[in-house]
Design a binder for this molecule. Structure first.
Ligand code: ATP
Ligand code: ZN
Length: 223
């Protein structure tokens, strides 16, 4: 791939992380001109552009070198890392960003008897995070069936397609509304700055270092 002389950051086009990510970049001194199709935002002052995409696509775009950095939930980054084949370049979490906080948890129907992870043995668990769930089950030494769903995981027990779920939880309101009870936390998540394991050895590496310095200043002020 031809080396680029501008830095490209991938972020969520439309969702929970969009507004806080733009706000953070603004506080780092970056401003953007919105292009008409809104896939690409051209950076005005600094040589830093944005690519606005679905959050699930962000780790892959960094791994392919289409983008240099990404702002994405740790849940999405870590799920990608579990699933990525060994040849793909490794990704790293460069900074936690302090917004988009949530947790990936197991939840079971309120009337299901549950004391410990082994109670999930032989059960079906619905999730959009099969990699992270399988890893946790292995650590717990529990053998269960992982049912992968793209969305609406919380209604799977009611539909009878699963006995329990593994899903993102923030306030817990969605669980209560679906008569579910949170039992185990697999991952504490928040938005993170993701990038390749090693900085590019060209000017983009220097730009990333500068951005990290500004980010650290902004995050420190906020804390
Ligand atoms: P996209 O169209 O980009 O795929 P999405 O529906 O997957 O959007 P959102 O619901 O906007 O994504 O969530 C984006 C991220 O926000 C999640 O991956 C997670 O890191 C974080 N998040 C924080 N709280 C919650 C929550 N209660 N439910 C889901 N995600 C949450
Ligand atoms: Zn998504």
């Amino acid at each position: 791939m031809k080396p680029r002389d501008r830095l490209r950051i991938a972020m969520q086009k439309s969702g929970r992380l969009t507004e806080p990510a733009l706000e953070l970049l603004k506080r780092c001194g970056l401003t953007f001109r919105q292009s008409r199709d809104k896939l690409f935002c051209f950076g005005e002052g600094e040589p830093v552009d944005l690519l606005l995409v679905r959050d699930d696509d962000i780790p892959g775009l960094i791994s392919q070198g289409v983008c240099d950095l990404g702002i994405v939930g740790r849940n999405v980054l870590n799920e990608y890392r579990r699933g990525a084949d060994g040849d793909a370049p490794a990704l790293a979490e460069w900074r936690p960003l302090g917004f988009g906080r949530c947790r990936l948890s197991i939840a079971v129907p309120q009337d299901m008897e549950y004391r410990e992870p082994s109670d999930l043995g032989g059960r079906r668990i619905a999730t959009s995070y099969p990699g992270l769930l399988s890893e946790w089950l292995k650590v717990q030494d529990v053998s269960a069936t992982v049912v992968t769903l793209a969305g609406s995981v919380e209604i799977a027990p009611k539909l009878g397609t699963a006995d329990a779920i593994c899903d993102l939880v923030q306030s817990g309101g969605t669980l209560v509304a679906n008569q579910l009870r949170e039992t185990d936390v697999l991952l504490q998540s928040e938005a993170v700055l993701a990038g390749p394991d090693a900085l590019p050895a060209d000017e983009r590496g220097d730009m990333i270092e500068l951005l990290l310095k500004r980010l650290d200043g902004v995050i420190q002020v906020r804390e």
